[in-house]
Design a protein around this ligand. Structure first.
Ligand SMILES: NC(=O)c1ccc[n+]([C@@H]2O[C@H](COP(=O)([O-])OP(=O)(O)OC[C@H]3O[C@@H](n4cnc5c(N)ncnc54)[C@H](O)[C@@H]3O)[C@@H](O)[C@H]2O)c1
Length: 264
């Protein structure tokens, strides 16, 4: 039997990039996966791409920064499959036009980044915890970032959101440990996804050149793939990690092992 057979998983921001990798990995391992995303065509395509996997994958359009959408996700998983076992708060945005010094950032840019990257985790927690308690436990995995650990120029709101996510991870872990709900985070380094493509395109840079430069700042000599993150998340969500909670794990090719990585 596959590792996540009969487990119900929600992945926010699941239609593309790392989220897509998470959805496919859980479905491959037998889970029933509800992929939540604002990109409906990409979500429906993912449903088709996952059709032959051991588990089941359904798409629901949802803006993870909105309470009603988060509540509807938990309700749908409960109606379809009887509850929620794993929530991956994976959604995150880093709009290229926010890559500016903090004092130039508009208030609405700050609010949107914090709402999507951080408030979404609070909202999903708010609605999934009662359901997880009823089932006797669960796992919440947050996709944070190395930028929540160390500073780099031009990412004030993004870094604050990811630092907040790491703090919230510890907070929730403590709050719900007695309910057998484990809460963990992963910190990806640079991962080859549409987010990075968008960034490179918006800044008018050449993707191959950027990829080469980025590969060099990761000690393992390459940037990551969505599957690299997904394999770690599968482990954290599994019973193999049953004595882990409140912790964050870097999936960054060794980047955080270096000192002063963001010196420029
Ligand atoms: N790619 C990287 O190098 C990298 C590095 C560190 C951390 N991360 C984090 O990993 C996560 C995934 O990043 P990615 O690179 O796969 O991004 P991506 O942009 O490639 O994919 C993100 C997905 O989220 C969806 N989305 C955006 N806003 C949404 C909303 N409000 N509600 C629901 N869905 C929404 C998008 O449609 C897209 O499908 C993010 O939290 C990001 O901050 C990425």
């Amino acid at each position: 039997m596959a590792e996540f057979t009969n487990k119900n998983v929600i992945v926010t921001g699941g239609a593309k990039g790392i989220g897509r990798g998470l959805c496919l990995a859980f479905a491959r391992e037998g889970a029933r996966v509800l992929c939540a995303d604002v990109d409906e065509p990409a979500g429906l395509q993912l449903e088709k791409d996952a059709a032959d996997l051991a588990g089941l994958l359904r798409f629901q359009r949802a803006d993870a920064s909105q309470a009603a959408d988060c509540e509807a996700l938990v309700r749908r998983a409960s109606q379809l499959w009887g509850g929620v076992d794993v929530v991956c708060n994976n959604v995150g945005i880093q709009p290229p036009d926010s890559y500016i010094p903090a004092h130039e950032l508009r208030e609405d840019q700050w609010d949107r980044i914090l709402d999507v990257n951080l408030k979404s985790c609070f909202l999903m927690t708010k609605y999934c915890v009662p359901v997880m308690k009823q089932r006797g436990g669960g796992v919440i995995i947050n996709t944070a970032s190395v930028q929540g650990l160390q500073a780099a120029k031009g990412v004030a709101a993004y870094a604050a959101s990811k630092g907040g996510l790491l703090s919230l991870t510890r907070q929730l872990a403590l709050e719900y440990a007695a309910d057998h709900i484990r809460v963990l985070a992963v910190n990806p380094g640079t991962i080859d996804t549409p987010l990075v493509d968008e960034f490179v395109a918006a800044l008018g840079m050449d993707k191959a050149q950027v990829a080469e430069a980025l590969a060099k700042i990761h000690p393992l000599g390459r940037i990551g793939r969505a599957a690299d993150v997904a394999e770690v998340v599968l482990f954290l969500a599994s019973d193999k990690a049953s004595f882990m909670t409140g912790e964050n794990v870097c999936v960054d090719g060794g980047m955080m092992a270096k000192g002063a990585w963001a010196s420029s």
